[in-house]
Design a protein around this ligand. Structure first.
Ligand SMILES: *Cc1c(COP(=O)(O)O)cnc(C)c1O
Length: 478
């Protein structure tokens, strides 16, 4: 693709937008400039391709398309059918899944679709059969009341939030924690790793309907074969939320026991994290759950976003190219180089390293909370996010950890040498930052002191580091 075509496309689009609301056009331009300047280490973010981005700005956005391919509640969906079928086709081929549902608007929505599909299959369908009716509208008031209570009284076993799980895996403030009676498995306090024997024990005691694996902040691989055996041993449906690491599955870095697709009954994901597609979600499953999953919209989800499904088709086509496997491998190489660089400089890492795309720093060794570390790094042009570490003493708001990830910088082209330089910048900031005090002299969990000259100098070095790796090099807004 010529540099000219992409520059022209974005420039023309901005010109059209500017004629209506110039402040929006300016903000879009400013966002590109900001992204170009910052050392983005947010583990859940990436940079989608110009083709993926451009696919989202068109008249597909004008269409209602409730239902599924070939079975819509609205007329005139033939072109939406084309792009939705293409996205599903690419997803099935890429992940080796028998069914793909590409309508979820986000990872959280994909999880809701999966939860309700499992509940419908395992709780609602047997109740309908028992009452000898075809659908819920045909149940008596008494049977319907009993079924609703039963739907609301099922058990889920998932990874705890502070061990790296996600709040949609049964955390009380989230709807999943209210829908399900939830227990969680953590990690071994000594190693920081999942202890499969403990998971099996928890499953035996609790007997969940759903066993969930998947994480947002666990820097290691999960053995999905063992997890499936545990689920089978108690008759649970095994669900994997691969939102964070879908790109590593797509790129065949996670294979065999570490590829969730052949082992799970149902897999959910986002499409915008390591998979590098548009902001959205997806559900993969076998034939048993396919019909229930396809009822996602309108039973759980709002109307599908056809322009985003079209962009999913484009991004998934990109992920099927051989260079995506190189990209996925470089994500992990970079995360490991970053981890080694930090360890060499004395930083404490949860589990002592990584075998995926993310590294979890325990910054208490620097005498800081996660919040202090996050802000001091941000002052220095390094964008990260604070994150709880296992058994965190500072709670979920201040935390003791910093989570960093390499999908975005790897897309930009940075390699292992730059990761070592990045480790040096992070260590410099954290070792030069000291906790601040509250007005009454007690230590603050939020305030910190960092010499602005240090922040400036690190910021300049970060900019220099990025200068060799232009972001969206084919896009010149002029
Ligand atoms: C990011 C994430 C989600 C949520 O994705 P959204 O698109 O933000 O809704 C769900 N599960 C896991 C494990 C995640 O990491």
């Amino acid at each position: 693709m010529s540099r000219n075509a992409e520059s022209t496309a974005f420039r023309s689009a901005l010109e059209v937008i500017r004629a209506v609301e110039p402040r929006v056009a300016d903000a879009i331009g400013a966002e590109l400039a900001d992204q170009r300047e910052s050392l983005k280490l947010i583990a859940s973010e990436n940079y989608a391709s110009p083709a993926t981005l451009l696919t989202m700005g068109n008249w597909f956005s004008d269409k209602y398309a409730e239902g599924t391919v070939g079975r819509r509640f609205y007329a005139g969906c033939q072109n939406v059918d084309t792009v939705e079928a293409l996205a599903a086709e690419h997803a099935k081929e890429l992940f080796g899944a028998s069914h793909a549902y590409v309508q979820p608007h986000s990872g959280i929505d994909a999880n809701l679709v999966a939860f309700w599909a499992i509940l419908a299959d395992r709780v609602e369908s047997p109740a309908l059969k028992k009452a000898q009716v075809r659908q819920v509208n045909d149940l008596t008031e008494a049977d319907w009341f009993a079924l609703r209570r039963e739907l609301g009284d099922q058990r889920m076993l998932g990874m705890s939030l502070d061990a790296g799980g996600h709040l949609t895996h049964g955390f009380r403030p989230n709807i999943s924690g209210k829908m399900f009676d939830q227990r969680s498995y953590g990690t071994d306090p000594a190693t920081g790793l999942i202890d499969y024997d403990r998971v099996a024990e928890a499953a035996r005691e609790f007997r969940p309907l759903i066993l969930v694996a998947g994480y947002s902040a666990y820097p290691r691989k999960v053995n999905f074969r063992i997890m499936r055996e545990i689920a089978d041993s108690v008759g649970a449906t095994f669900m994997v939320d691969m939102a964070h690491f879908a790109g590593l599955v797509a790129g065949k870095v996670f294979t065999g026991d570490f590829d969730p697709v052949p082992h799970a009954h149902i897999v959910t994901t986002t499409t915008h994290k390591s998979l590098r597609g548009p902001r959205g979600g997806m559900v993969l499953c076998g034939p048993e759950l396919a019909d229930q999953v396809d009822r996602g919209c309108p039973m759980v989800l709002g109307g599908p976003l056809p322009h985003v499904m079209a962009a999913k088709a484009v991004a998934l086509a990109e992920a099927r190219r051989p260079d995506f496997a190189d990209y996925a491998q470089r994500i992990v190489d970079n995360a490991q180089a970053l981890a080694e660089g930090l360890l060499r400089r004395g930083t404490t890492l949860v589990t002592g390293g990584t075998d995926n795309h993310l590294v979890l720093l325990d910054v208490s060794g620097y005498g800081l909370t996660g919040r202090q570390a996050e802000q001091a790094l941000l002052d220095s042009g390094i964008v990260t996010n604070r994150n709880a570490v296992p058994q965190d003493r500072n709670g979920a708001w201040y935390t003791s950890g910093i989570r960093i990830g390499t999908p975005a910088l790897t897309t930009r082209g940075l390699g292992t040498a730059e990761m070592d330089a990045t480790a040096e910048l992070i260590h410099t900031v954290l070792s030069q930052t000291t906790p601040g005090a509250n007005a009454d002299g007690t230590p603050s969990k939020a305030k910190y002191v960092l010499d602005p000259a240090v922040a400036d100098s690190v910021g300049k070095q970060a900019t220099d580091l990025l200068a060799g790796f232009p972001l969206y090099p084919t896009v010149d807004l002029g």
